[in-house]
Design a protein around this ligand. Structure first.
Ligand code: PXL
Length: 282
């Protein structure tokens, strides 16, 4: 069984970061170690929340793992609490990255044209350094524009997405995925461009609802798929199809707004969707 480690926060309530990554990766048959970077009462979209930064734990935990000879097939980062934590994560990649393991970075920091409330304008440059060391990055369009300095657009065509992808590759990552891409009303999808100039895109139906933590669900399913041996294209399409199903399950409840995406009821389906794609790739 593959073992990964995810470095992100524990938001105790609200279905994001580690409380999504752990159950999803476990369900997909991947051992999921965690390095919690902070503990919050909820994610930061609630009006009141507490934060306990755990930056001072990253190094001693890493030292102990190194002494024990612990290694990982994948390293997965999501929401990071500060610029200095980004630098610690780069250091973690240098210690635990190997030619044959996969570094996947979800630069979770912004959406709908805006940085999340906890960050100031100096943060994207620090996150860009984390992206530089990644095999695969998965920004949305807002994050891609903040990482590259290209303007944020709500109306665009493939040329804009390609320009963003090219600039993302210039940061140093091997593959730049962009999520939340839409060229036509009623469609939403994902694209990638890699260093070998290979291109990919996949679209699903667009859902009118948007929930916090959707990106975390998306990235966790992608990594689970990759660790189980899917191609990147199949992992991205699996994650897109699964997120749509979860959003539709969540939309049934009116009070769901801040509690993330209801994925729990859909886990048996995720396992079936994964098995189906694995059979196709055999
Ligand atoms: O879903 C990303 C995320 C993760 N963790 C925390 C957040 C957010 C988004 O706002 O606040 C603490």
């Amino acid at each position: 069984m593959k073992r990964i480690v995810t470095l992100q926060d524990i938001s105790c309530v609200g279905r994001c970061s580690i409380t999504v990554a752990l159950p999803i990766l476990s369900a997909m048959g991947v051992e999921c170690g965690i390095l919690p970077t902070a503990v919050l009462s909820t994610h930061t979209m609630f009006k009141t929340f507490t934060v306990k930064d755990l930056s001072d734990q990253i190094e001693p935990i890493s030292d102990a793992w190194e002494k024990e000879g612990i290694s990982f097939d994948g390293i997965y980062t999501g929401y990071l609490a500060s610029g200095s934590q980004c630098r610690q994560v780069c250091n973690f990649f240098d210690r635990f990255g190997r030619p044959d393991n996969l570094i996947l970075v979800d630069p979770a920091m912004a959406d709908n044209g805006k940085l999340y409330p906890a960050f100031d304008s100096s943060f994207p440059a620090e996150m860009a350094k984390v992206c530089a060391k990644a095999d695969i990055i998965l920004p949305n369009i807002t994050e891609a524009s903040l990482l590259t300095g290209l303007p944020y657009r709500t109306e665009y065509g493939p040329d804009y997405i390609e320009a963003l992808s090219e600039k993302l590759l210039e940061l140093g990552c091997k593959t730049a995925v962009i999520t939340g891409v839409s060229y036509e009303p009623g469609q939403l999808g994902v694209t990638y461009l890699n260093k070998d100039r290979e291109k990919f895109s996949y679209f699903t139906r667009w859902c009118p609802q948007s929930y916090h933590g959707t990106g975390d669900l998306y990235s966790s399913v992608v990594l689970g798929g990759l660790m189980r041996g899917l191609s990147l294209g199949d992992a991205l399409s699996l994650a897109a199809d699964f997120v749509v199903v979860c959003i539709e399950a969540t939309a049934v409840s009116q009070s769901a707004r801040w509690y993330g995406v209801e994925f729990e009821s859909q886990i048996p389906l995720l396992c079936r969707m994964l098995e189906k794609r694995l059979k196709k790739e055999m």
